[in-house]
Design a binder for this molecule. Sequence first.
Ligand code: NDP
Length: 445
Amino acid sequence: MNAAKVVEDLKVRFPNEPEYIQAVSQVLPTIEEEYNKHPEFEKYNLIERLCIPDRVIEFRVTWVDDKGNVQTNMGYRIQHNNAIGPYKGGIRYHKSVNLGILKFLAFEQTFKNSLTTLPMGGAKGGSDFSPRGKSEAEVMRFCQAFMNELYRHIGPDEDVPAGDIGVGGREVGYMFGQYKKLTHQFQGVLTGKGIQFGGSLIRPEATGYGTVYFLTSMLATRGIELAGKKVLISGAGNVAQYAAEKCLQLGAIPMTMSDSDGYIYDPDGIDRAKLDYIMELKNVERGRIKEYVEEYPTAKYYEGKRPWYEKADIALPCATQNEINGDEAAALVKNGVIAVAEGANMPSLPEAIKIFQDAKILYAPGKASNAGGVSVSGLEMSQNSERLSWTAKEVDDYLKRIMNDIHENCVKYGTQADGYINYVKGANVAGFMKVAKAMMAQGLV
Ligand code: NDP
């Protein structure tokens, strides 16, 4: 394989999908050497078969708003690769959603799911519908309309969606209800379900907790403890909230949180009571992060800005893709950040990753550090299959073990001659090899 040539060809074939091309172009150069050790991969054109999704489902979603207006949105499901297990990946509801963004997420998900050690293929789905500002009834009607089409394409052994941006327990619940209504089947067809109907304990916490578990493993390679460290967190949603919670439990101090309008910086740190306030604000009242400074006036709100110019020890981007550019990465390094662990998917632009790696700071790509969410989704599938519910401790212990295994795999495949651990390479090679071997064994399908 010539990675640059494969990327160029994909660019020509999919010119309107920059995020997808970005994701592919970040992975291929890191697996090129390993790939070329296996001439059989090239003979069967494994790389194109791995980059191009198995299937793309695209549909119109029609629903009626509270004023009686008929609305249309686009719906998508990208079934990327099921070589090692049923398709698995979240559903995103956000106005920015398009085919290219979901293709990048599904591609990444395939490697991530492989890393978890659990039998899950890669997928992603979503809609350009934004739940922001919508009534409860509108969100429910939209979720039902979305499922009216999606239900044909999913199943517990076929494709098991979960949440992502804009899709939390509420939306998963409405989609599950509609699936059940349409199929007459009570099945583990979605993960992130409510605890009363097949959800797993620790699933809401899993991505944020897992990111911080991974961070502590990275710090341990340099003999550094998390306790006492100041942490910049972006986002104020599911991943950000539980990353902050685990930081607090381990003695670190979250300094910032954000949403798509701006960020807050609290010079005294965000303590447990303040995090409770944020959780209530975002999850129940569905408010904006700027309201924090009305409650805690010593904090400051910065409209339209991101938190990366603040001084701290650690950065946890937990909002969305491409939220750290080169200038911001340089500012983080200059201000003494020692570790960046991605809670979000692809939050760092390629130039930012280069700056982190050139500075030899600890840097974990999302496909490794945020894999805790899908891992516990995999455990939710196991619990659904055996009709049992595990205790919170059992799930949390399993999560810790998986994050530790992922870290060890990254070290195994990513340690350079100078001792620096290239987590990007480690994660990509480890994730790739398992899927590649499974694809080879299954023939040209
Ligand atoms: P939520 O919807 O719960 O929260 C997303 C947060 O990010 C919100 O604070 C949101 O602000 C902010 N945000 C969203 N889009 C943008 C944007 N374009 N610019 C700036 N801020 C933005 O989503 P999650 O916490 O579930 O997901 C966050 C990230 O983590 C995503 O990249 C997702 O793919 C990734 N992830 C999530 C997993 C999960 O289990 N949920 C698993 C693995 C990865 P606002 O309220 O203004 O929209």
